[in-house]
Write a protein that binds this ligand. Sequence first.
Ligand code: ATP
Length: 260
Amino acid sequence: MSVETEVAVVSVTDLVAGYLPGVNILNGCNLEARPGELIGIIGPNGAGKSTLLKAMFGLVKVHSGRVVVHGADLTGLKANKLVSRGLGFVPQNDNVFPTLSVQENLEMGIFQRPKDFASRFEFVTSLFPELGKRRGQRAGSLSGGERQMVAMGRALMMEPAVLLLDEPSAGLSPVRQDETFLRVHEINRAGVCVIMVEQNARRCLQICDRAYVLDQGRNAHTGTGRELLHDPKVIQLYLGNLAETVEREEADRETPPPSG
Ligand SMILES: Nc1ncnc2c1ncn2[C@@H]1O[C@H](COP(=O)(O)OP(=O)(O)OP(=O)(O)O)[C@@H](O)[C@H]1O
């Protein structure tokens, strides 16, 4: 075992997984997240990014390979077991109970440890003060960005060591997307290791410590967010052309990403 693997919060090794027998979507993915890291997963449509998160969270059948959390092999465990072993997952869709209030949604997040509700509610509302103010409001009546906060808040109730986020900015307006990236950054700064799948690759690379580019169910590139943002191959294949990159960087300089 390498030193890096020993200190990893999560390590995924040679993961082969898929929805149907004999049809692999992941063809040997590897990923590692160390304490306090914000990890991005980007890549083209259909690359298997969401499938990787779902396989880590026991929602997709793993055919071979391993998912290790804090040194324990948790491959193939069911989601409820994984939650109590330190994994949190926020799916892209249907991630709140719309008929329940904000507070009830957060209570659902910690039904396994109801006695800890008050202290975790305090932590979550320190990150998302709006949720405290709207605790009695039905989640279904919130905006897309607010619902995303409820979903992240609910996953944070169980004090996860690692939070898996599937496209948190999907379907939000550019302003709300920026706000969501800021929130993700704050969650990470509060000490939670975050692994985030994102369609908005550029924004994701700007805030993450390291990222993995997936293509056809395999690792295609790995590096720091900064390295990948400036890697000509990654730019050409996944971020648009160079001229566009320079143009966008100039625009981004006017609206800088959250500083760490
Ligand atoms: N429930 C499912 N049953 C069968 N195949 C599925 C299912 N969900 C996804 N797939 C297939 O798995 C492949 C990878 O999908 P996945 O959603 O992981 O890709 P992605 O990289 O997250 O793509 P996108 O950026 O478009 O969301 C696709 O070919 C998709 O059709």
